[in-house]
Write a protein that binds this ligand. Sequence first.
Ligand SMILES: [Zn+2]
Length: 137
Amino acid sequence: MVKDIVKGNQIFLKAEDMTTLDLNVVTDLIDTFNANRKNCVGLAANMIGYNKRAIIFEDQEEKKVMVMLNPVITKMEFPYNVSEGCLSLDEMHNTKRYRRIKVEYYDVNFKLKKKSYSGFTAEVIQHEIDHTNGIII
Ligand SMILES: [Zn+2]
């Protein structure tokens, strides 16, 4: 189901772990992401009203949409500053990101995965994982 994007303060909460009972969240994340593709490169579940640790984004290198459950960044290298926008905010904000990151997450079958990302995809993942931790840019 396509959900409305939550704006402002409600998404500042730290989200709870996804469990196997929460897979409806994944379906709604995918539907809402597809409905917003023109102006959106990633979403976190708490942006669509679920206080759960799930994110979706397009992997620019592999040209595919990825869903990560309970993602954690385990390594960050090469910091830089960048101006970012967010569907939940009206204006751009400056923030610090890392060019290369390593992420541990569960896939939609709850298999533990580890993967390294760099460049813009890494930036989007950092932005969305921040959302799950209640941090907005
Ligand atoms: Zn955002």
